[in-house]
Each structure stands twice: as structure tokens, then as C-alpha cells.
Write a protein that binds this ligand. Structure first.
Ligand code: ATP
Ligand code: MG
Length: 254
């Protein structure tokens, strides 16, 4: 059984079918790409998978459990983590605090312990901080732990968003254009990091990205969306050579 099993997923916005009859699977430990021209439905698909929108039709099953209709926080707790196309950080909180929010969400008993000021609160507070700093170190953000998120350069804000998503210990991480707005140097570093993440955290990752060299370098399989429909699926080499995909991209630029 696949880790994530998506069947006939559909989302209508009025007369527009943003995602139409999408069926796909993610196996444990895979790094899979999701590409397609602007407006193809990539972000909407992520929004359906993570509970931001309820599907008009179809099912999403994680580890044999149906996720349809569950609230986003329940889906996050079930193991689906994500980043957003438009960065969503707490801009006036520090780098460390942004990660602690992710960790805090995961350990709900912590809230009660902190309210009652139980001894384990101080213990867990220290261990949460330690864990957050470890995660930040992997992304070379630990030295900026006390910097306000809004004062980080853009590329590093994007990194921080990934750290925050990781803090919830997801089984699957959905990255929506993590390299958007990054310079070539930052993109190259991110490419290496995404590879490292997969190995180090035993993660399954689905990646939306317009930077084709990044997608082709890191992914094992790629799904291609156009006008809400899957038009191709294959290895990076197969996708590069796929006539239908080339047409979709040239059509988009014409
Ligand atoms: N909440 C919404 N209400 C109405 N239409 C929407 C909504 N969200 C998305 N759409 C439409 O659905 C289609 C798919 O949008 P989506 O953002 O999923 O595309 P995308 O593939 O992520 O594009 P991009 O590469 O530009 O990020 C677009 O036509 C968009 O305008
Ligand atoms: Mg998008």
C-alpha cells in the first residue's frame, strides 16, 4: 500500500475545475515533483491534500486512513506538513520562536504543563528549545535564532519555513515553490538541503517548483498538471522528452 493514496481528486471553484480527477500515489521515502504552467492547479492540489479546501470529489488516504473533510490541524497531526508559496512566518517573532510554534503544536500536553508550571514544563521547554536549535543548525540558521523573522533575507525566510514545517515531524512534506525568489547560490544550497533532508529524516517529499533544473536534479518521479488535469507522469528524463509536456510549457509562454 502506498503511503499517500490520492484518488479522483477534484475541486471546482464555480465553473472552473482547478483540480480535475487527479489520481496519484506517494511511496514511503520518495521525492516526487509536481510541475505545470501557472494556474495549472498545483497549489490547489496541495490545499486539498492538507485540508485547506475540501475536495468536491475524490479521496485522500494516508497510511490507510481517510483524510477527507478533516481540519487542517488534524491533517497536520496525522503527518502532512507543508510550506506555502507565499511565505507565512510570524514576522515579528524570532527565528527560534517561529520553530517553537511548530514544535509546540505537536506536543499539546505541553500547553497544560506550561499553564500549571509543572516541573516537566521547564524540562520540556529546555528540550524543545534544544530540538529547535538542532533543526535550525541543519539549515545553518542557528546563529540567527534571536533575529526577528522579518529581518532575515528572503532566501533564509524560505529556509525557516521549511524548518518550521519539519518541527511538526511530518511523514510527508509538501514544499510549494521553495526556491521562488532565491538567487542561484541560494537555490543550489537548497537543492543540497532537500536531498539531505530526505535521507536524514526519512521523509517523503512532494515538491512544486518552477525551477526545472532543481526539479530534474532532486526528484525521482514527476507528475505534470495542466488545467487541473494530470497530463504526464514519469522519471525526470521521461518528462523532459515528453511532447505533451513540452507543448504545455511552450503554450504557456506563447
Ligand atoms: N480560492 C479560489 N477561488 C477561485 N479560484 C481559485 C482559487 N484558488 C485557485 N483558484 C484558481 O484555480 C486555478 C489553479 O490555481 P493554483 O493556484 O492551484 O495554480 P498553480 O498551479 O499553483 O499556479 P502557480 O504556478 O501560478 O502558483 C487558477 O485558475 C486559480 O485562479
Ligand atoms: Mg501555486
Amino acid at each position: 500500500m502506498a503511503l499517500l493514496d490520492v484518488k479522483n481528486l477534484t475541486k471546482h471553484f464555480g465553473g472552473l475545475t482547478a483540480v480535475g480527477d487527479v489520481t496519484l500515489e506517494l511511496e514511503r521515502g520518495e521525492l516526487v515533483g509536481l510541475i505545470g504552467p501557472n494556474g495549472a492547479g498545483k497549489t490547489t492540489l496541495f490545499n486539498l491534500l492538507t485540508g485547506v479546501y475540501e475536495p468536491s470529489e475524490g479521496t485522500v488516504t494516508l497510511d490507510g486512513k481517510l483524510l477527507n473533510g478533516k481540519a487542517p490541524y488534524k491533517i497536520a497531526a496525522a503527518g502532512l506538513g507543508r510550506t506555502f508559496q507565499n511565505i507565512r512566518l510570524f514576522k515579528n517573532m524570532t527565528v527560534l520562536e517561529n520553530v517553537l510554534v511548530g514544535l509546540g503544536n505537536h506536543h499539546s500536553s505541553h500547553i497544560l504543563a506550561s499553564f500549571l508550571r509543572l516541573p516537566q514544563f521547564y524540562q520540556s521547554e529546555a528540550s524543545l528549545k534544544e530540538k529547535a536549535l538542532e533543526l535550525l543548525a541543519i539549515f545553518d540558521l542557528d546563529k540567527e535564532a534571536d533575529t526577528l523573522a522579518k529581518n532575515l533575507p528572503y532566501g533564509r525566510q524560505r529556509r525557516l519555513e521549511i524548518v518550521r514545517a519539519l518541527a511538526t515531524e511530518p511523514k510527508i512534506l509538501f514544499l510549494d515553490e521553495p526556491a521562488a525568489g532565491m538567487n542561484p547560490q541560494e537555490t543550489a544550497e537548497l537543492t543540497a538541503l532537500i536531498r539531505q533532508l530526505k535521507e536524514q529524516f526519512d521523509l517523503t517529499i512532494m515538491l512544486i517548483e518552477h525551477d526545472m533544473s532543481l526539479v530534474m536534479k532532486v526528484t525521482e518521479r514527476i507528475y505534470v498538471l495542466e488545467y487541473g488535469r494530470l497530463i504526464a507522469h514519469g522519471t525526470p528524463d521521461e518528462i523532459k522528452a515528453n511532447k505533451r509536456v513540452i507543448e504545455a510549457y511552450l503554450g504557456g509562454e506563447a
